[in-house]
Design a protein around this ligand. Sequence first.
Ligand code: 0RQ
Length: 503
Amino acid sequence: PAPRIDHPGLAAKLMSADDAARLIPHGAHIGMSGFTGAGHPKEVPAALARRIAVAREAGDPFTVGLWTGASTAPELDGALAAVDGVDLRMPYQSDPITRAKINAGQMDYVDLHLSHVAQAVWEGFFGPVDVALVEVAGITADGDLIPSSSVGNNKTWLDLADRVILEVNSWQPPELDGMHDIYYGTALPPNRRPVQILQAGDRIGVPHYHCPPEKVVAVVATHEPDRTTTFAPVDETSTRIAEHLIDFLTHEVERGRLPRTLLPIQSGVGNVANAVLANLDAAGFGPLTAYTEVIQDSMLALLRSGTISTASATALSLSDAGLADFLDNLGEYRRRIVLRSQEISNHPEVIRRLGCLAMNGMIEADIYGNVNSTHVMGSAIQNGIGGSGDFARNSYLSMFLSPSTAKRGAISTIVPMVSHVDHTEHDVHVIVTEQGLADLRGLAPRRRAARVIERCAHPDYRDALQDYVDRAARHAPARHTPHLLDEALGWHGRYLRTSDMRA
Ligand code: 0RQ
């Protein structure tokens, strides 16, 4: 199908991806669309990577600043990282080549709370937005832009950029038009106004981005699918995690601390989060709402079954099957899904007001309840904090989920002290592993340690953890949060030496 470009002035700017990439100079900061593989530009980044490779061969320096909504796809992150074309990456990635370059010290990475990105760029911490490179589903006759399958930071990139390059992707279904809620009421303090979202599905903005046509320097027509995500099949470990969590939520309803319709759900990225949602359908709660960041397959299934009535997010993150279902039933989904800018989908004020139930994955937690979501063995970035901090800090209930071990049992995800902290003990209410669930609310540090070891640690590691706390209680210099500092990170050190925390 022909791309929808109803504005004659912008239609006149159609050109090839290679010609558009030639408009991006060395050193440019590029604000790109893209969030969890949805709505990223599909052709200009690869053309830019080719251009960078040619410059490299000629001995010329060529790097860009790469800013997005969140993770993208191999043809964007992977292609640019492979040619060493990225000077600084922010605010989130999950690409293997990018990860390797960052961990080798060859690429700078700033890992930001996703709700803070727009503000930080408006404040100027990253320098100017030289180019906005944004995928859209179409252009209206008056030059407004119809968003595609993610929103991310696109509004900010389009507002701040000197020059705009648009990819109009005819693969994106026309029915997306009307699904988005783009809010133009944000401002920096002291001029901020309340964000008037009182329920997950409320609309407070407009369906399209505004962009002065004279800023647009290139329009590229594409017809390329989004990246799809393959989820691991729901296994026994994730089912057990889901069962503990559902028992807990049932208990909270019985105690009168949660209504039968629960409170708006936020569910993080990854296999475990996907599995938990898959189990919610049969749990008998509802009708629920979701105020979350990404919509995964199991969220679609809950929307289809009616367990979830409305969902707010900033992007889709679907498998092939999920995508096929989304496209088949788009007429229905578009009435029940609202896609917003990430500063609003993850807005602390709204999350606190709605009282979200946050469920996020983690790398490890310590006995006192501090959580590491981002770093492996203290130094290596995995993905990034993403929206987990926006939700964990501000939700009504903040829950972290993980299998109790990683790497076939060689790593305990419950450790004496986390090797990196993303969510402090003050932001973590509940920790869940397949072993059980620890509700840490109202508990002082030593009682938290007892509960985490008893409920969450794998039996292979329970005695060693108990031994650590017992000795810390006797020998630490103080008794509030007893630690043996020479030993606290010893489990990580042992793993780095022997590839096994137990050895
Ligand atoms: O690596 O595949 O190489 O073996 O980490 O682990 O168990 O598959 O779990 O897919 O749920 O991801 C925290 C990474 C969990 C994710 C994290 C290794 C493990 C495996 C993945 P391999 P699993 P998940 C809003 C919310 C931050 C962002 C966020 C994440 C890989 O949830 O990125 O929450 N969260 N956003 O082997 C060493 C440990 C480990 C470990 C796991 N203790 N030590 N390796 N792994 N634990 C959404 C957005 O912001 C977009």
